[in-house]
Design a protein around this ligand. Structure first.
Ligand code: HEM
Length: 515
């Protein structure tokens, strides 16, 4: 089409469909960007896909022209699974705007501040779990990111890593992610006629129905638990309780009722794997860069000392630890190609024509790995953020950069930013204060077990493949503080443990601090 951004050559009818990457899309997109520039286009069937890797162009199109670039591409299987009730997938409709406003108001900085006690108590449990069972660090992090969100949103927590709520959630998410992976099934969005294919030839239909019923079973239960708590007057201040109580305030109708039943689930889907992936990448990187750990210990020792564990208010006084978090985001953005946007009118940017109904993908990965902007972009070097605001080299054009561009753009910007930041900051400070992260030693060969920083699962979320790490408390005094804090946290936990199943309840009874 005339005026479209340049792009790789197309085949008649199919466009670039045969070249479209099925896995690790961010890498192929980054390679194409080197050839075609910070904005390029692909044709997929009759559809147009615009890929942006220049922060300034992304800002101009998705922020400055946000009114017409804030939709999502049609996604038929997603519709079947969620019944159109997922905030993340909804197109730019009045319903999306309503539920988005609601979700946004729930998770403001001020609202998140109210939940500091449970956020801190859950983070303390992660330290306790690392102390008692360091081998399963990855499962402890998964439990934590799930439990923080269910506690804050719906008022119930998961006290142990094998608990039913956590296991069911991860089983569901993994099946859902497999079903949603491009290429896992014939593209109904490109060839709508496939919708009518009989089920015996279309395994995805049955799978979509099963995933839908798993999702409903998981999510509908959350609101029901809140309703029961209110009926029995044992509220604990979670977000969904307010919704149940204030039905009138939100102008509840049948549509809104359905959306709210999904709200806690949508937050879990948006917030669990993204946050846990960040923390796993953090551990993997600092394990491979011991000198970074040592510098952080020095700063934390100076600011926090031996007598207490970190609190969120310490964050502002830890510039090197802040730089570490920025560097982990740069090198390993949890969502390397974010979530696609979709245009609802003809637009233009950089004198290119962007037709209505284009899919717009932001390549966050490329923005952090651009050799024109960063010295040695593949090296984990937090100190780069101490010499320049965005870690870029002298003379680089920073005009479109923001510290939080890993959380997306414009009207679709992540609603969980503050919750994610609190979780990440607290955990990163805690881990560095409490532990050493080293390569595990293979006892047979007596050599360190390598952990490759470039070995990733395929999928939307850039999660490292399982790796081993030797996690030890930095000294006996800090281990004792963790034990003491964990026993103290019981008081906070108890309000969120009103509906535990028998196994979780027995587990909780066996913990210290329960009198
Ligand atoms: C490190 C953690 C996180 C990262 C990197 C992250 C990143 C993102 C990104 C890139 C988007 C898409 C933005 C766009 O389309 O331009 C997004 C959307 C979203 N995120 Fe997050 N997120 C994180 C944590 C969370 C948490 C903790 C929650 C909830 C508690 C959450 C809830 C959501 C929701 C509901 C959306 C969809 C918004 C919409 O479509 O209108 N996220 N996130």
């Amino acid at each position: 089409e005339p005026g479209l951004p340049p792009g790789p050559p197309t085949t008649p009818l199919l466009g670039n469909i045969l070249q479209f990457p099925k896995e690790y899309a961010h890498l192929k997109f980054t390679q194409w960007a080197k050839e075609y520039g910070g904005i390029f286009s692909l044709k997929v069937g009759r559809g147009t896909v615009i890929i942006i890797s220049d922060p300034r162009i992304a800002r101009d199109l998705l922020e400055h022209k946000g009114a017409t670039t804030a939709s999502r591409p049609p996604f038929y299987i997603g519709e079947v699974v969620t019944g159109g009730n997922s905030l993340i997938l909804m197109q730019n409709t009045p319903t999306w705007r309503r539920v988005r406003r609601l979700a946004h108001n729930l998770l403001t900085k001020e609202q998140c501040a109210k939940h500091k006690p449970i956020q801190a108590a859950e983070a303390t449990q992660v330290m306790y779990d690392f102390l008692k069972d360091p081998e399963h660090f990855s499962s402890h992090i998964g439990r934590y990111t799930n439990s923080v969100i269910t506690s804050i949103m719906a008022g119930f927590r998961s006290p142990r890593k094998g608990g039913a709520d956590v296991v069911d959630f991860f089983n569901f998410v993994h099946r859902w992610a497999r079903l949603a992976t491009p290429g896992a099934h014939p593209s109904i969005d490109l060839f709508p006629i496939l919708k009518y294919m009989p089920e015996r030839w279309a395994a995805w239909k049955m799978e979509a129905r099963e995933v839908r019923s798993m999702q409903q079973k998981l999510y509908f239960g959350t609101l029901d638990r809140c309703a029961a708590r209110i009926a029995e007057e044992r509220q604990n201040g979670s977000f969904l309780e307010d919704i149940v109580k204030d039905l009138d305030k939100y102008g509840l109708d049948r549509e809104m009722a359905a959306l709210q039943r999904y709200l806690c689930g949508v937050m879990l889907e948006g917030g669990t794997e993204t946050s846990s992936t960040f923390l796993l990448n953090f551990i993997l990187l600092i394990m491979n860069y011991q000198e970074v750990q040592e510098k952080a210990w020095e700063e934390i020792g100076r600011v926090i000392g031996e007598d207490r564990s970190p609190v969120l208010d310490d964050w502002e006084r830890l510039p090197y630890v802040q730089a570490i978090v920025k560097e982990v985001f740069r090198l390993r953005p949890p969502l390397p190609v974010a979530v696609p946007h979709y245009t609802t009118a003809d637009e233009s940017v950089e004198s290119y024509f962007i037709p209505k109904d284009s899919t717009v993908i932001v390549n966050i990965w490329a923005m952090g790995h651009d050799a024109d902007a960063f010295d040695d972009p593949e090296v984990f070097n937090p100190a780069r953020f101490l010499t320049s605001e965005f870690g870029t080299k002298p003379g680089a054009d920073d005009s479109g950069r923001r510290h939080d561009l890993h959380f997306g753009y414009g009207r679709r910007f992540c609603v969980g930013l503050h919750l994610a930041n609190d979780a990440i900051r607290l955990n990163v400070m805690n881990y560095l204060w409490a532990f050493t992260f080293r390569r595990a030693i293979n006892t047979k060969t007596n050599t360190p077990v390598p952990a490759d920083i470039d070995n990733y699962h395929d999928g939307m979320v850039l999660c490292p493949q399982p790796f081993v790490c030797d996690i030890q408390p930095r000294n006996v005094e800090r281990a004792q503080i963790i034990e003491r804090d964990f026993a103290g946290a019981r008081r906070v936990f108890e309000q969120f443990e009103q509906e535990l199943g028998p196994e979780d309840a027995a587990f909780v009874r066996s913990l210290p601090g329960r009198f």
